[in-house]
Design a protein around this ligand. Structure first.
Ligand code: 6GU
Length: 242
């Protein structure tokens, strides 16, 4: 799979070449290209933005510059992702959907965003996803791209050392719709705190049941919205008692 990022801050994307992703690149499982939007500017000041029609604060990124950038770097067959706080929520399901693409191109906006006609026109040629990583505002799309690329890349075959990690973790397919249970390792006592004894019992059924209870308790405390959204038929008698 190929990831391309178009940005006015190419150095911001350097972390994509580190750790998990860096290893996957070395292993030939994925490739990452970062392009400087200013290469597509028309003037010697390399201008990429202008004041908004209709007035208001901030600057808007120019459609003609973005048009050239996407002509150069988002070829037919690629999928365009536009990070924006006004987008559809980026979730694990969206990450899994994007993991099926051959080539993802991320268009990073800064300032007040990109002239909307860029998305409108690109949509006539490519699948386009305007996506938000949460209900807060970032200065630009770059940090959101780091988040989305990592979430997508770890779903690709061979990228994770242990493929089961993608199954059991929060929002994975382990206990659908629940947060992950807490984890413990040696020593059996840490600063006076014991590991929950059931985890030392060797009783796998009891361990599974305890983990499910903890997932339910954690989800109820941190994410009551997720409990409300559960399919009631996915809960057994014991779940309801937790
Ligand atoms: Cl994807 N971009 C920006 N600029 N801000 C955000 C965001 C994205 N998601 C949440 N806030």
């Amino acid at each position: 799979m190929k990831f391309s990022v178009v940005t006015i801050f190419p150095e911001y994307l350097e972390p994509l070449r580190q750790s998990l992703l860096g290893r996957a690149i070395e292993d030939g499982l994925l490739s990452v290209e970062v392009h400087d939007l200013r290469e597509q500017a028309f003037d010697r000041h390399r201008t990429v933005d202008d004041s908004p029609y209709g007035g208001g604060a901030g600057m808007v990124m120019k459609p003609d510059v973005w048009g050239r950038a996407l002509d150069a770097w988002a070829p037919p067959g690629s999928t365009l992702v536009v990070p924006t706080p006004a987008g559809r929520p980026f979730t694990q399901d969206v990450a899994a959907e994007l993991a099926g693409a051959e080539h993802l191109v991320f268009a990073c906006g800064r300032y007040e965003g990109i002239d909307q006609r860029v998305v409108q026109e690109a949509s006539t040629r490519l699948p386009v996803h305007e996506l938000s990583i949460g209900d807060y505002v970032l200065a630009g799309g770059e940090a959101a791209v780091l988040v989305m690329v990592e979430a997508v890349a770890r779903l690709l075959p061979g990228v994770l050392g242990n493929p089961m990690s993608a199954v059991t973790d929060s929002f994975g397919t382990g206990s659908p719709g629940l947060l992950e249970y807490p984890s413990y390792t040696r020593p059996a006592e840490y600063r006076g705190l014991p590991v929950p004894p059931v985890l030392l019992s060797g009783n796998h059924a009891a361990v599974d049941r305890w983990r499910r209870d903890e997932s339910l308790r954690r989800t109820a405390r941190h994410r009551p919205d997720l409990i409300a959204a559960l399919d009631p038929s996915s809960l057994d008698e014991r779940d309801r008692a937790v």
